[in-house]
Ligand binder design. Structure first.
Ligand code: DAT
Ligand code: MG
Length: 151
């Protein structure tokens, strides 16, 4: 069963001109982009997106960082999309993230770790709904071998 995951290209990756690198790695991993938008997250949306972290010592910094500049929100779809995206993104702390992962190759520190990926299918469903209406999600077939698939 195909699964969906929410990805955010965070403000540090946008500032460094690495948005295409982040999205490209997920694309090349075989995940299919089915929705995308560029936006600046406001306080209210940050609070909803990071609700699970309320009360943690880094919560305020996290919210001020995620609202500090533009992000790209995208939905990727595929078999095991949540786990596949998380593996491609790498561990939360870039210092511990494996080389070859996005955070392992480009991340600077816990705060500036380039990209968000949902941590479970349940989180993904909640997070996707924060950024997209169901009608914004495009149903298309991605070819695996370069042939264009027409619907
Ligand atoms: P992830 O982004 O890998 O899902 P998370 O959901 O635990 O990690 O935390 C959300 C973000 O909060 C994370 O990308 C960076 C920041 N963060 C997490 N733990 C932190 C800590 N101990 N100190 C500072 N920032 C932290
Ligand atoms: Mg998380």
């Amino acid at each position: 069963m195909p699964e969906r995951t929410l990805v955010l290209v965070k403000p540090d990756a946008m500032q460094r001109g690495l948005a295409s690198e982040v999205l490209g790695r997920l694309e090349r991993r075989g995940l299919k982009m089915v929705a995308a938008r560029l936006l600046q997250i406001d306080e209210a949306l940050a609070a909803r997106h990071y609700a699970e972290h309320v009360g943690k010592p880094f919560y305020q910094r996290l919210c001020s960082f995620i609202t500090s500049g533009p992000v790209i929100a995208a939905v990727f779809e595929g078999e095991d999309a949540v786990a596949l995206a998380r593996r491609t993104i790498g561990a939360t702390d870039p210092a511990k993230a494996a080389p070859g992962s996005i955070r392992g190759d480009f991340g600077i520190n816990m705060g500036r770790n380039m990209v968000h990926g949902s941590d479970s299918p349940e989180s993904a469903a909640r997070e996707v709904a924060l950024f997209f209406d169901e009608k914004d999600i495009v149903n298309w077939e991605r070819s695996v071998d370069g042939w264009i698939v027409e619907k």
